[in-house]
Design a binder for this molecule. Structure first.
Ligand SMILES: [Ca+2]
Ligand SMILES: [Ca+2]
Ligand SMILES: [Ca+2]
Ligand SMILES: [Ca+2]
Length: 376
C-alpha cells in the first residue's frame, strides 16, 4: 500500500532500536501518587510503597522480584492515592507481554478513575499463553486530571509512573529466532540466497518505517558483485523492504513492486558498497510468512566478447587451460570468496581436480574480465 508521507520518517534514520518510553510521568512530586502495588507471582512478590513522590519515571526494573507463568492468572492490587492533597484522576497498569517495547492496548491489566482516598483496586489478569519468556516490564501509572485509557508514554504535572521488572516463564521461547534487530541480524552467507521465515511471532518493531515487526539481514557485498536483487514476491502479506548501510543511510527501499504488489522487490548497485542491513517488514502493522531471495549480477561477466580469454574445457573434471590473456587469474566461488590465484607465467594449464563440483568465476586481474567455469 502507498502512503508516501511515511517516507519522510523513513528517510531520516532507520537505526533506532526499540526502547521503552522513559521520558514520562509527572513534573511535580506532590499530590496524586500511587501509594502501593502488590503482585504475588509463581515466584516472589512485588510489595511497593509510594510517596514521597518522584519526578518522571521511577525505574525499579533492575531488581526483579516476581516471576509469572504464561497462561496463568494473577491479581495485582494498586492503591491510587496521594502524597498530599486529594484530586480526581485516572490510573492504569500494563505488562509488556510480547516484549516489543510498547505497552499495547491488549496489555492493560486494569483501569481506575476516582478521587483519593479510594479503595485498593484488585485487577485479575491472565498472562497470554503466547507471552514471550524472559524479562519484561510492568508499568503502573497514576495521572491527576487524566482520563482512561491513559497514554503509557505521557508526561504531565501530577501523578506517578513506576516500572517494575517481571520475569515471564512457561510462554513462547524465542531463542533461535534471530534477526529481530541490527545486533543479531541474520547473516547472508552466499548468493544466491533464500530464507523462509515468519514475522508473526517472536519478532518486534525496531524500525521507523512501520510499526510492524521487522527482521534484519546482514549482507556484505563482495567486490565481484554489481547489481544485487532482493525479492519478497510470494509473501502472504503486504510487505515493505529496505536496504540501509551501517550508518543508517537508506540505500534502497520498495513498498509494492510492479510485478508482485503489494509485496516488495528491489535492486541496488553494490559497487563499492560496504555491509548493509536488509530489513523485511509489513505495511502498517501487518505480519506474515515470506521467503526472501537475494541474487546478484557480477562485474565484467562477459562470456561472449571476442577478445575474452578462453577457459577450457568448460565444463571440466578439473583440467583448466587459460589462453587469450596472460597474467594472473583469480578463481572465486559464487559468493565471491577467492579460492586460487592462477599465474599463467608458469604455463597455461592448471589442475583443479581438488575443487568441489560447481560453478565458479574466473577473473583476469589485468582486464577485469570475468567468466563462469563449471567443475563437474
Ligand atoms: Ca507490548
Ligand atoms: Ca525486529
Ligand atoms: Ca517495523
Ligand atoms: Ca507493500
Amino acid at each position: 500500500m502507498k502512503h508516501s508521507y511515511l517516507l519522510l520518517f523513513f528517510l531520516c534514520q532507520l537505526t533506532l532500536f526499540a526502547q521503552y518510553c522513559t521520558n514520562v510521568g509527572p513534573s511535580s512530586t506532590v499530590d496524586s501518587n500511587v501509594e502501593s502495588v502488590i503482585l504475588s507471582g509463581v515466584v516472589g512478590t512485588i510489595n511497593y510503597t509510594g510517596c514521597p513522590g518522584v519526578v518522571g519515571l521511577q525505574d525499579l526494573t533492575q531488581s526483579i522480584n516476581v516471576s509469572l507463568n504464561a497462561g496463568a492468572s494473577y491479581t495485582i492490587s494498586v492503591k491510587f492515592g496521594t502524597c498530599n492533597g486529594n484530586y480526581a484522576g485516572a490510573g492504569e497498569a500494563w505488562i509488556d507481554f510480547d516484549q516489543n517495547g510498547n505497552f499495547d492496548t491488549y496489555e492493560s491489566l486494569g483501569t481506575w478513575t476516582g478521587t483519593p482516598p479510594a479503595p485498593i483496586q484488585n485487577w485479575t489478569f491472565t498472562v497470554p499463553p503466547n507471552a514471550v519468556n524472559g524479562v519484561t516490564r510492568l508499568r503502573v501509572m497514576h495521572r491527576e486530571g487524566g482520563s482512561i485509557p491513559l497514554n503509557p508514554c505521557a508526561t504531565y504535572q501530577w501523578g506517578s509512573v513506576t516500572d517494575f521488572g517481571i520475569s515471564l516463564t512457561n510462554g513462547l521461547d524465542c531463542t533461535g529466532y534471530i534477526g529481530d534487530d541490527q545486533g543479531d541480524a541474520i547473516v547472508v552467507t552466499a548468493l544466491p540466497y533464500s530464507d523462509t521465515r515468519s514475522t508473526e511471532i517472536c519478532y518486534s518493531n525496531q524500525n521507523y518505517v512501520y510499526p510492524s515487526p521487522d527482521i534484519y539481514y546482514y549482507f556484505e557485498p563482495n567486490p565481484l558483485m554489481e547489481q544485487v536483487n532482493v525479492s519478497l514476491c510470494g509473501a502472504n502479506f503486504d510487505t515493505f523492504l529496505s536496504v540501509v548501510d551501517m550508518n543508517g543511510n537508506v540505500i534502497a527501499y520498495n513498498d509494492d513492486h510492479v510485478e508482485c504488489a503489494p509485496q516488495s522487490a528491489l535492486s541496488f548497485d553494490a559497487t563499492g558498497l560496504g555491509p548493509v542491513h536488509i530489513i523485511v517488514e509489513g505495511w502498517g502493522s501487518l505480519s506474515g510468512d515470506y521467503t526472501i531471495q537475494i541474487n546478484s549480477s557480477y562485474v565484467g561477466l562477459d562470456d561472449a566478447s571476442p577478445d575474452a580469454f578462453k577457459a577450457y574445457p568448460n565444463p571440466s573434471n578439473g583440467a583448466l587451460h587459460l589462453t587469450g590473456n596472460s597474467g594472473v587469474y583469480q578463481l572465486f566461488n559464487m559468493s565471491g570468496q577467492l579460492l586460487r590465484q592462477l599465474d599463467t607465467q608458469d604455463g597455461s594449464a592448471f589442475n583443479l581436480k581438488d575443487i568441489e563440483g560447481g560453478v565458479y568465476l574466473l577473473k583476469n586481474t589485468q582486464t577485469g574480465q570475468v567468466q563462469k567455469w563449471q567443475k563437474i
